[in-house]
Design a protein around this ligand. Structure first.
Ligand SMILES: *Cc1c(COP(=O)(O)O)cnc(C)c1O
Length: 406
């Protein structure tokens, strides 16, 4: 029997969940460009341009600013497998599910996670991080900036200085916030930051930007990079071997350097996507883009509150690009999401762990952080909730959001 599936023709859904968000049409067009050889001068020029663009996006002067091929997790894993040595203590402030992911990866790398746990929805205070550093003497502090599971953003500005003072490296997962919330790699003293394209950067999943400070680069280069001793031309340190080839940041940095030491085949179409995503951010301006996401979040919160709903988390530490809202008594979380999708082609999501089924998360990221998309989502949400018997003042949500947008 021959298989004959139809050509892919996905619905044009409005993705107002926690990521992926809809992809900017310019990025989709860039991805349709022809594939060229990885050592072509055009290709290596695109790689250099991509590095320069992401320095702007990450707000850093770090020479080593490049891409890891894979979803956001690939850069998280590259950072941790390259930095964490066996027995190394790693302090991890945990404000949600992605803190658990850092813990798991650190353990797999042979590190010893020393977690600072707070109730979901809360953040960790800088003093707690300093106390944990003094108690555990870690080699690394690994934190999540915006944890989409709790829609909460960990303030980072003071933690970097504490890490410098105690000579500890500082890693941050900025997947959910880069390009949407203020993020200052250099000014906040962050040594390694990683991201993905599918949240505020407006691209598809599959490429993970990363930036490394000179201190972090030195730590990576101090390790051995080739367990088998095969002559790869990689600089060999004395430290414990990095137990990955694909995610060995020394090898990746070499590949992205003028030496162009062959490693993997750069994912050509994803490089086009990453480059275009960053080009769009730089054109719009990082500050203007943050302001747009802030407005979208403010309008969403105002609209939801005007509908009589309770917003999850703290006003002071809430992410602007994804909003958590409590499911009211007697309303079926899953049915509401299903009707949003079936009747309005709009995706919203629930959350994980202790918040499973308890909240909805409604995002406005990248190209979706726009007035009309926020208003359409709120209008649809109102209609669905009213249909489920939830008593709300009709029209109030959209009106409040329009006003809050300004
Ligand atoms: C969405 C998200 C990720 C996603 O990782 P993927 O590998 O791209 O699925 C990682 N970290 C945080 C904080 C996120 O919000």
């Amino acid at each position: 029997m021959t298989l004959s599936f139809s050509q892919i023709d996905p619905p044009s859904r409005l993705l107002m969940g926690a990521g992926p968000a809809n992809v900017h049409p310019r990025i989709l067009r860039a991805m349709a460009a022809d594939v060229i050889g990885q050592m072509d001068p055009e290709m290596t020029a695109y790689m250099d341009e991509t590095m320069a663009l992401y320095r702007e996006v990450f707000r850093t002067k770090n020479k080593q600013t490049l891409l890891v091929n894979g979803s956001a997790r690939s850069a998280i894993e590259a950072a941790l497998v390259s930095l964490v040595t066996p027995g190394m203590k790693v302090v991890i402030p945990r404000i949600g599910r992605f803190g658990l992911l850092l813990t798991e990866i650190v353990s797999r790398c042979g590190g010893v996670p020393c977690t600072i746990d707070v109730e979901w929805g809360q953040v960790v205070r800088p003093e707690q991080v300093e106390a944990a550093i003094i108690e555990h003497r870690p080699g690394l502090v690994a934190a999540v900036h915006g944890d989409t599971s709790t829609t909460t953003a960990q303030p980072l500005a003071d933690i970097g200085a504490i890490c410098r003072r105690h000579d500890v490296l500082f890693y941050v997962d900025a997947t959910a916030t880069l390009g949407g919330m203020e993020f200052e790699t250099d000014a906040w003293g962050i040594d390694v930051a990683t991201a993905g394209l599918q949240k505020c950067l407006g691209g598809p999943p599959g490429s993970a930007p990363i930036t490394l400070s000179d201190r972090a680069v030195a730590a990576v280069l101090a390790r051995r990079h080739d367990e088998a001793g095969i002559a790869t031309g990689q600089p060999q340190g004395e430290g414990p071997v990095i137990h990955s080839n694909y995610f060995d940041l020394a090898m990746l940095m070499n590949y992205w350097s003028p030496a162009r030491m062959n490693h993997h085949t750069e994912a050509t179409s994803m490089l086009y996507a990453s480059r275009e995503a960053a080009r769009i951010v730089v054109e719009e301006g990082v500050a203007a883009r943050v302001e747009r996401h802030t407005r979208a979040g403010r309008a969403m919160v105002a609209g939801l509150r005007a509908m009589g709903l309770q917003i999850y988390g703290d006003d002071a530490t809430r992410m602007s690009n994804v909003t958590g809202v409590w499911v009211p008594e007697g309303v079926d979380n899953a049915r509401v999401r299903e009707q949003m999708r079936q009747d309005f082609e709009i995706e919203i999501v629930s959350s994980f762990g202790p918040l499973t089924g308890k909240i909805w998360r409604i995002g406005a990221m990248g190209v979706n952080a726009q007035k009309h998309k926020v208003l359409l989502t709120l209008g649809a949400f109102e209609a669905v909730l009213a249909g489920e018997g939830f008593k709300l003042p009709r029209g109030a949500g959209v009106d409040a959001a329009r006003e809050a947008w300004g």
